[in-house]
Design a protein around this ligand. Sequence first.
Ligand SMILES: Cc1ncc(CO)c(N)n1
Length: 222
Amino acid sequence: MSVFDRLKTDCASEWAAYVDHDFVRGMADGSLPLDAFRTYLKQDYLFLIHFSRAYALAIYKSQTLGDMRRGMAGLKTILEGEMELHVELCAKWGIARKELETVAEESETLAYTRFVLESGLRGDLLDLQVALAPCILGYGEIGARHRGVVPEGTDGAPAYARWFAEYASDDYQNAARDFCDWMDQTASAYLTEARYPVLRRIFSEASRLEADFWQMGFKNLG
Ligand SMILES: Cc1ncc(CO)c(N)n1
């Protein structure tokens, strides 16, 4: 069993609340208000900036050149792939790059991103990977489950279909698989049963903060 499967099994309710959140269901059936998606997308741009910093921290926390290379590949995926998707989607929906760069950070964004960074600063590479796992592997699961199929006819449907397609793409799915293998490899070097409860707590909190991040999208709806 992978470390990811073990953590997911032990945090089943937090995991389900995250990957089956109403926000995700609303994207999947097209009913999500576009303003909720816009709020989410702007905050996610800020999220990705800190997420990149967390990958940079993974490089710093690496013990081997192999780990450093994997951290660098992850950093590249975000900086050159995912962030461009955001700029593209935002431009389509009337949010210019300039506006993205000046958006005020919501407390949910602040809490989640700094929690991930703090988990890595305080701990070692494995703590950091466990804090990052819900982000990468959760979006991988959501993308694979919905595969870009959104019923047409609602305002947001094209954006949601594009969004799902990105996370269902081979590139993203391969990056998620690589991440899972990488975490298993680190665990085989560092995981002991004595430290497992700490990792489980990190995974559970990161999953809860992901659910809060979706919920944030519903704030400020008129
Ligand atoms: C909040 C959040 N979690 C995970 C991902 C996937 O990278 C993302 N873009 N945003």
